[in-house]
Design a protein. Structure first.
Length: 768
């Protein structure tokens, strides 16, 4: 470690390690496989670069980003550390020179190659692999490791070859593997481990608590209001910043608006030439521009220390994208701001994109039949079609050119078609055309993994739900992020009020009587959204319990605890949620059926309000005054404490599930399923039905693997349930009670609600 400290100071010019770095570096130096999960700006690269310098031989770094690869190679060479890269930007002769040097290197000579950065596509080259098999390797680093996971937001098929690459290079040699990413959830991490083939490793999750970044959400939907708020943020915040937009079109609108209002702004999108992008980026780095307006194309490798604000003008598809972009602010440790200007209504646009990006099976087969309509089964491949997407949409009767584009992209993924044609095109044709790569097949023989496509769609919705929870559910935003990325150490140290997110800051003001509005507009939209999903199925009391995350017996039996809106308003007390529903009824957004047990449904106004936020916006003053009159400052739920409890931080929501998981893992494997659940129930002092719900949720969240959940239920029972779901409910389940009723009619009374919950969860994950 003395040698490492010396390299840190003399080579990198740093006086000391950042929090957690020394522990990670020690793991690598001691020949351990190591997983590193640290946010953007956390100096992850140092955790493999420093061991690579300390060790003899060459370190192989696999990176998917050409620009970032070049930046890191240039930075190492400036420190007089020899680094080279092999990717598509250098010629074949340059690649051969590097490989020849590696083959002939004597590791005692002055300044040998210490780091070789490669793109994952390089693993397809047999010549490259032959050279490396004869080259002594100090370590293998996999940067942006989330790309190896099918659940990662930047999945790269070439990363699938890494496991075989590692096995071939290692042989019987001990070469440590370091996998690094800033954006991996627990589910993605499990996928990374399996796909790299690690079985014994050290895992480090550090630094997701960006203590100097204040997080603010401003719920605005109208363009003029958003532009005005953006102008105020930029004018009133010293230093430079980035404004992220969802598209080139929006980026241009925002850029034009800022320039018209005398803001020194630049723009950065993929449609610009490489020289224009590089020039714009350099002007921003040189402080010639106060703000850069960009799509997510901008930011990789940007290490500008004094970025004071990052604004998201639109809603992104995932928290991973958000936090990676947020991490570009405040790298000097000084106070900085992350502001989101979005509204709950924007999530409906995202749902539209998800549906169009994941077309149903019948639409895919409809376009397939159209493309192959001239051929019999077994006939023709390499046939070329000279038609635009709009023509194909019309002629196939899909009537949506975006959907046609999406389906063709999917077919290209499975090797059915290729966009573009190789023959001479008709002079009047202005499209790219389509080439059919396979002969016509029966629908059952088309090689598309339908289950996987459905899982990808479900994952997209899951990620959108997490964005909703972060931005629009009433809770501490910092706590949610730390729990999402599994930063357990920082969660443990977080107080009930983080003091740097708008929710916690406004909650403090509210409790001191200084805030005009009790809740954001999105809270009302969440109530409307919940009722729309269960229209005229439940009453106001049950909706209140459901939204607050109650463990009411009916909610658990009907499986409502697995719905994405369960506990959406758990931070508020019953009085507030009931008042919300009452106001929406009084003002014709919701209606109640007649009878002894009235059920809630949406009115036409309520349906319209979910489509157009301005309808609710017009009523907001009236709405907030009603709430203030009804509940005043007692909006938040009261946390019960015993006399012996100390005034420590509030227990995180997921802590209760983790306790169940720990007990489950430590339970004697010789116990029967009933005995194991009863044991956990007794240890925790909560009902067995609650423990069962925990176990199902942990399985759905990938914390419990399939083999373990199968030990708790009878597979014969699962098959019976699957048959009923397929035959009676077309594979889709909303309530558990009807399934239970059918089972009892069939004299299968021994099949429990727990069996049904597990079966439904397995069907949802395509495990049954």
């Amino acid at each position: 470690m003395n040698n490492l400290q010396s390299i840190l100071q003399n080579t990198f010019g740093l006086e000391s390690f950042r929090e957690g770095q020394e522990e990670i570096i020690s793991s690598v130096v001691e020949w351990n496989d190591t997983l590193v999960f640290m946010p953007t700006g956390g100096w992850k690269s140092l955790t493999y670069q420093l061991p690579g310098i300390a060790r003899k031989w060459v370190a192989i770094v696999i990176s998917p980003l050409i620009s970032l690869m070049k930046d890191q190679v240039d930075a190492l060479n400036e420190l007089w550390i020899r680094a080279e890269l092999i990717n598509s930007t250098i010629s074949y002769s340059e690649q051969q020179m590097i490989l020849n040097e590696l083959s002939a290197t004597s590791w005692d000579e002055v300044n040998p190659i210490k780091f070789l950065y490669i793109a994952p596509e390089r693993l397809n080259s047999s010549d490259f692999l032959r050279v490396l098999q004869k080259t002594p390797i100090s370590l293998i680093a996999i940067d942006e490791a989330h790309c190896i996971s099918q659940w990662g937001h930047d999945f790269r098929p070439s990363y699938m070859k890494i496991k075989g690459f590692i096995e071939n290079l290692r042989g019987d040699k001990k070469v440590p593997v370091v996998a690094l990413t800033a954006t991996a959830t627990k589910k993605v991490r499990g996928d990374i481990v399996g796909r790299i083939g690690l079985w014994k490793y050290n895992e480090f999750t550090k630094g997701f608590d960006r203590k100097n970044i204040i997080m603010i959400v401003r719920e605005l939907s109208k363009k003029d209001e958003k532009m005005q708020k953006l102008y105020e943020i930029i004018k009133n915040t010293p230093g430079s910043g980035i404004v992220y937009c969802s598209s080139r079109k929006v980026s241009k609108e925002v850029y034009d608006f800022l320039c018209e209002n005398d803001i020194s702004a630049g723009i950065y999108t993929w449609e610009m030439t490489a020289d224009s992008r590089e020039s714009m980026q350099q002007r921003f780095m040189d402080d010639d521009l106060k703000v850069i307006v960009a799509t997510n194309a901008f930011g990789m490798g940007i290490d500008k220390k004094d970025i004071r604000f990052v604004v998201h003008y639109n809603l992104p598809g995932s928290i991973e994208n958000y936090y990676q972009e947020v991490g570009r602010a405040g790298r000097d440790g000084k106070k900085s701001f992350w502001v989101v200007i979005a509204s709950y209504g924007d999530t409906k646009i995202q749902e539209f994109f998800i549906e169009n990006s994941n077309p149903p099976k019948e639409d895919i087969l409809q376009l397939y039949d159209y493309l192959y309509k001239e051929f019999k089964v077994g006939e023709w491949k390499n046939h070329q079609i000279q038609k635009t997407y709009m023509q194909m949409a019309s002629e196939s009767r899909l009537n949506n050119d975006m959907k046609v584009w999406t389906i063709l992209k999917l077919m290209e993924k499975y090797g059915i078609t290729r966009r573009g044609i190789s023959w001479e095109m008709d002079d009047n044709f202005r499209g790219r055309g389509i080439t059919l790569l396979q002969e016509k097949r029966k629908h059952d023989h088309i090689l598309i993994d339908w289950n996987h496509q459905e899982l990808l769609k479900n994952e997209a919705y899951f990620k959108l739900e997490q964005v909703k929870k972060l931005l629009f559910y009433p809770s501490c935003r910092k706590r949610f992020i730390l729990e999402y990325f599994g930063d357990e150490e920082d969660v443990k140290n977080l107080t009930d009020n983080c003091g740097i997110c708008d929710y916690c800051l406004e909650k403090s003001k509210l409790q001191s009587g200084d805030l005009e509005y009790l809740v954001h507009l999105s809270v009302f939209e969440i109530v409307l959204d919940a009722v729309s999903k269960f229209d005229k199925k439940y009453g106001a009391k049950l909706f209140t319990a459901f939204l607050r995350g109650s463990s009411d017996k009916r909610i658990l039996e009907w499986g409502l605890d697995r719905h994405e809106l369960y506990w959406a308003l758990s931070e508020y007390n019953s009085e507030l949620v009931e008042a919300l529903i009452e106001w929406l009824i009084q003002n014709d957004y919701l209606e109640k059926t007649t009878g002894q047990y009235p059920l809630l449904g949406l009115t036409k106004v309520g349906f319209a309000a979910l489509k157009r936020e301005d309808i609710l916006k017009d009523d907001e003053d009236n709405l907030q005054q009603y709430l203030l009159m009804r509940v005043k400052s007692s909006a938040f739920r009261k946390v019960k404490t015993s006399k012996s409890s100390t005034s420590g931080p509030k227990k995180p929501k997921w802590a209760t599930y983790k306790e169940t998981l720990q007990l489950f893992r430590s339970t004697d494997p010789r116990l029967s399923a009933e005995e194991a659940i009863a044991h956990i129930s007794g240890e925790r002092g909560i009902a067995s039905t609650t423990i069962e719900s925990h176990l199902v949720l942990l399985y759905e969240n990938w914390d419990i693997v399939l083999n373990d959940i199968l030990k708790l239920v009878s597979f014969a029972h699962l098959k019976k349930i699957k048959t009923i779901v397929d035959e009676q409910f077309s594979g889709s389940v909303e309530k558990l009670r009807p399934i239970k009723d059918i089972l009892e009619e069939q004299w299968d009374k021994e099949i429990s609600y727990f069996d049904i919950k597990v079966a439904v969860a397995m069907i949802g994950k395509a495990d049954l």
